[in-house]
Design a protein around this ligand. Structure first.
Ligand code: SF4
Length: 766
């Protein structure tokens, strides 16, 4: 077994397109996990890793944030979790010679796929200003360079500190502490680009920006509505929870512009019927909604619920719950009374009968869960749309009872934990007060920049140093061209990473790469072997323990890197025990216990085999810590997404062999794509209307009022059963089509799910 780094970058020259699939997982799922694992990791490393993944004494999957069931199976992971482990635990490493062989300009011509395949980063490297090559440096030199650059700034606000959702709670807490001790709240994170709309909406109307359900609620639900989410690819073990719910009698409804295979049929590879049988049909109803139509659908459902109550008073609404725990019912009812059904049908692309059917299912169900992801959060009106989800749930008391609730599903393993630990550019004063009580400094109070504002601040020259704790910011953010030019305008970029990505090729004038340990690797510090903690989508916090030896001896953990960066920047007189943090993570956890709400006795609680679940007022006791102390039913003005004739609405999406900007392969098995990514999915009837053909190459232009068109060239059309008038293309490639200023109201999350585009025959073929 001697896996090699690919030399040539892949293209779409060999692309193959077949019909999309109608079932997820099954034998192909096993083959696509175990095959590459044995080829890349070998039998021993594969066995060690796959038998400890998501186990109580094992490591937490570094991919999505789907929770673990109380009773774990021997193999408690999915195909995409396996890919994430193979990707991180590969023995392929980036040799020192690589940096001399590949100038940064050349790396910038490479795809994410090629960069990711180069192997694990194993030594700190530095690219000096004016130089086009990275060169290996010692850790001490690396920290000295970073520290000097940060201390050399005129103001701490000239630096920003980004966090990706992979960072552990301990690293995140130490990082926000370092940044605030440095003097700024410039703490943008990946949540700004994904579930910020969720946090903004839920915090306002129920008082907490998180899911109100527990894992077991899924099996107790009568109805589960899955909106704007593709669990088959992005949260695959959720399919097991949906299958269990179905077997317990639940009904499942999928609301999505695309007929995703994972919501049609699930072939659970841990069951006979999943391996050799037909598996389990999941969705009982599929509403193929038009992009941006969620809010209209939700208002129409709530209106139908109110009408049903009017027809059968006292039998539909949960009057007792509404009276005791909610405000705003009358205003909502008055608003919905004016709702124009024709406007609803135009905005949703659905029929009245389809909406009636779902409304009837909703009214007949006692316990309802609504789940959602990017398909709901990355719209202009996303915050209002999520408030409409809550409106619908509150009408029948579907929050704070078993089998019911609002459940945003997080896409990155610890993105929620990072936020809980203080990674947010606008943490409440209560958190900053607690920090001031615990540490010898006064935290800054001025809100910092979020992801989009970070780029805008770079464009103005206000931010000169950009530090990233994990992630691939320039790959993930919208308006690629603007983001990359802004990043190149900074004086220094610092990337704390496990593997190469575009953020290592698109850098500041000077750049540092600091290689860190992976989640699978044993983390030894002065006081012994350490564990870290993470929080999943349902607020459960648990330990994660590395299982295999680090791929190289010279790696530092995220906590060690943050601690040394803090010492190199703040000096030895900050009054904060950074060395203690590094040598024993219990020291950090004791501070977490003192500062972070719900984390008292943290060290004791995370040592329980199950960890613990953070308090959640709406879930635990129907307590709603909002501005009025009750859950708020809100009135939201409906705004249909307009699309001029001859144009389409485009959404960006992930392929099945992708996690965020990490490309595991150029295949997308569930959508019938092999060896290709430069594709645009379009409904055959729209192709006829536009006079375009399946397989034809087109240039895609996005149109924005008062702005020049943005273009994505040489895309191959794939005739695909999208909703009429709607198209789709992969992110991050399609991010170039989305202007930075196009963000969701209230959350500033980039709007990448309803982009007006025009397709023209390609002037050049990709
Ligand atoms: S469902 Fe998510 S967390 Fe679980 S193994 Fe799969 S990718 Fe990892």
């Amino acid at each position: 077994m001697n896996p090699k780094r690919p030399i040539d970058d892949a293209t779409d020259a060999l692309i193959k397109v077949t019909l999309p699939g109608h079932a997820a997982a099954g034998i192909p799922g096993v083959v696509h996990s175990m095959g590459p694992a044995l080829a890349q990791l070998g039998p021993r490393r594969t066995l060690a890793l796959f038998t400890s993944m998501n186990q109580k004494e094992g490591f937490d999957c570094m991919s999505c944030a789907w929770p673990d069931p109380e009773s774990r199976k021997t193999l408690e992971f999915c195909e995409n979790g396996a890919k994430a482990v193979i990707w991180e635990a590969t023995p392929i490493t980036v040799p020192s010679s690589f940096w001399a062989e590949h100038p940064v300009d050349e790396l910038a011509t490479k795809s994410e796929y090629w960069l990711g395949q180069q192997g694990r980063l194993i030594e700190p490297v530095y690219k000096a200003a004016g130089d086009d090559h990275y060169r290996p440096v010692s850790w001490d030199e690396a920290f000295a360079l970073a520290g000097a650059a940060l201390r050399g700034l005129d103001s701490p606000h000239q630096a920003a500190f980004y966090t990706s959702g992979r960072a552990s709670n301990e690293a995140a807490f130490a990082y926000q502490l370092f940044v605030r001790a440095f003097g700024t709240n410039n703490l943008p994170d990946c949540s700004n680009m994904c579930h910020e709309s969720t946090g903004t909406a839920l915090s306002e109307v129920i008082g907490i920006g998180k899911s109100t359900v527990s894992y077991d609620d899924f099996e107790r639900a009568d109805l589960i509505i899955v909106m704007g989410q593709n669990p088959g690819t992005n949260h695959p073990r959720m399919l097991t929870a949906l299958e269990d719910a179905k077997r317990a009698g639940a009904t499942i409804v999928s609301v999505n512009p695309l007929p995703e295979a994972g919501l049609q049929r699930y072939k659970n590879p841990q069951t006979v019927r999943g391996m050799i049988g037909k598996g389990t049909t999941l969705a009982d109803q599929f509403l193929q909604i038009r992009l941006g139509g969620d809010m209209a659908l939700l208002q129409a459902l709530s209106k139908r619920v109110l009408e049903a109550e009017a027809a059968r008073p006292g039998t539909v609404l949960d009057q007792a719950f509404l009276a005791e725990h909610c405000v705003g019912l009358d205003e909502l009812a008055a608003h919905l009374a004016q709702l124009d059904e024709a406007e609803v049908l135009a905005a949703t692309g659905l029929t009245g009968a389809e909406i009636d059917e779902l409304a009837d299912r909703y009214i007949r169900a006692e316990r309802v869960i609504i789940t959602w992801a990017m398909g709901v959060t990355q719209h202009k009106k996303a915050v209002a749309g999520i408030k409409e989800i809550v409106n619908l749930l509150l009408l029948r008391g579907n929050i704070g009872k078993p089998g019911a609730g609002a459940s945003p599903i997080r896409g990155h393993s610890n993105v929620q934990g990072d936020r809980t630990m203080g990674i947010w550019e606008r943490m409440p004063d209560s958190f900053l007060d607690a920090l001031a009580r615990e540490f010898p400094f006064e935290p800054p109070r001025e809100h910092g920049v979020d992801a989009v504002q970070g780029i805008q601040a770079m464009q103005r020259g206000d931010i000169k140093v950009w530090v990233s704790l994990g992630g691939n910011f320039v790959g993930a953010i919208s308006d690629t061209a603007a983001a990359e030019s802004a990043m190149r305008g900074t004086d220094l970029t610092v990337q704390i990473s496990t593997k190469l990505n575009r953020s290592h090729a698109v850098t500041g004038k000077a750049a540092l790469i600091l290689p860190t340990l992976g989640r699978t690797e044993i983390d030894r510090q002065a006081s012994g072997v350490q564990f870290v903690t993470v929080e999943d989508s349902v607020c459960a916090v648990h330990a994660s323990r590395g299982r295999v030896e680090p791929v190289a001896p010279n790696l530092l953990s995220e906590v060690a890197i943050v601690s040394r960066l803090a010492r190199a920047t703040l000096g030895e007189t900050s009054g904060i025990d950074w060395e203690g943090f590094e040598s024993d993570y219990d020291v950090i956890r004791d501070h977490i216990a003192a500062v972070v709400p719900g984390c008292a006795d943290y060290n004791e609680k995370v040592r329980r085999s199950e960890g613990f679940v953070l308090p959640n007022g709406p879930r635990d006791s129907r307590t709603f810590p909002t501005a009025v102390g009750k859950a708020i039913l809100t009135v939201n003005e409906l705004e249909r997404v307009e699309c001029p004739p001859g144009r389409l609405l485009l959404q960006t999406l992930r392929s099945h062999d992708q996690f965020n900007t990490t490309i595991y392969s150029r295949n997308d098995r569930y959508r019938g794509i092999k060896k290709g990514r430069d594709v645009v999915f379009v409904n055959p009837d729209d192709l006829d209307e536009l006079g375009l053909d399946d397989g034809q190459h087109v240039d895609v232009f996005s149109e924005w009022p008062g702005q020049p068109d943005r273009e994505l060239r040489g895309m191959r059309i794939v005739a695909y059963p999208t909703a009429r008038g709607c198209a789709a293309a992969y992110f991050p490639e399609a991010n170039v089509l989305i202007p930075l200023a196009s963000t969701a109201e209230g959350s500033n999350t980039p709007v990448s799910k309803a982009v007006v585009v025009r397709l023209e025959p390609a002037r050049t073929v990709g």
